[in-house]
Design a protein around this ligand. Sequence first.
Ligand SMILES: [Zn+2]
Ligand SMILES: [Zn+2]
Length: 325
Amino acid sequence: MKAAVLTGPNRIETVDGWPEPDCGPHDVIVRMEGVGLCGTDLAVFHGTRLPPVTPWVMGHEGFGRIAAVGSAVRDRQVGQRVVIEPNYACLACPDCRSGLTSACPHRAIVGLNAPGVLAERAALPARFAHPVPDGPTGADLAATEPYAVARAAVRRSGVTPADRCLVVGAGAQGLLVCLILARLGIRPVVTEPHPQRLARAERLGATPDDGGTGYTYVFETSGHAPALRPAVERAAPGATIVLIGLNPHALPLTTDDVVRRQLVLRGSMIYDHPGDFATAIAELPGARPSAVVEARFPIEEAQQAFTGAADRAGKTWIGIGDQDA
Ligand SMILES: [Zn+2]
Ligand SMILES: [Zn+2]
């Protein structure tokens, strides 16, 4: 089968003859139709996050149709269209049992420590293949996993329609946070240097930054440490700062800042199984996360898709096979 594999930094090859996946008794085989690209994939592509081996199958934001079910699977059928929840928590450790599967130390992370799904077929545990309703397009399904990430951040934040929200960054996560807040009746203010990303955020219901203050919620999605300090200075006393973007550097904040202004710092990592993904899928027909998608490439052009992804104003995804976009 075809697969898009990383062979070295900044080098992806679409190969033929990649080994077919094995279907375990609790697994399904998905005939893949598309895979979205995000910053994590680009970090692997650029060599800042190293895969366990090369060549390495890329991609984690995938969807397709079930082509086979394992002998012990009772609640999935061949032909169902599914979106993959690409973090396979163990569901047995104390974190998983407490409901915080996002903190599972045994989590298989597709595309990082488990092989990716940017291939014609992929095997995965059946419970992480979520059937989707009719109606959403391929672009909606390619954006469902990042939608679940943004949706979980909004859920965990506790934001209400009465809050004043500042969203830092209008990459895919920032755009999705804007879309979700707008659906809750909030008109977020967004800071973003890239004019086309800013325009996209405005189309989703956000307003451009006017230098105002008094925000009760700040959603930091850029992962760019210098962007955080000015945003926090504009937050109201007692505000909640939700951190979604990942960054290894120390925060440009002091204990004084947090204590005197009584800020709440709230990190949000992916989503918790199974509720957050189920919510995302239930909301798909109304939310239409394809609003953050810009470009589609065929798997044969995976190299071009990855090479330009960081510069595009919207999300890039890769189509596999000949289904409609
Ligand atoms: Zn992603
Ligand atoms: Zn666990």
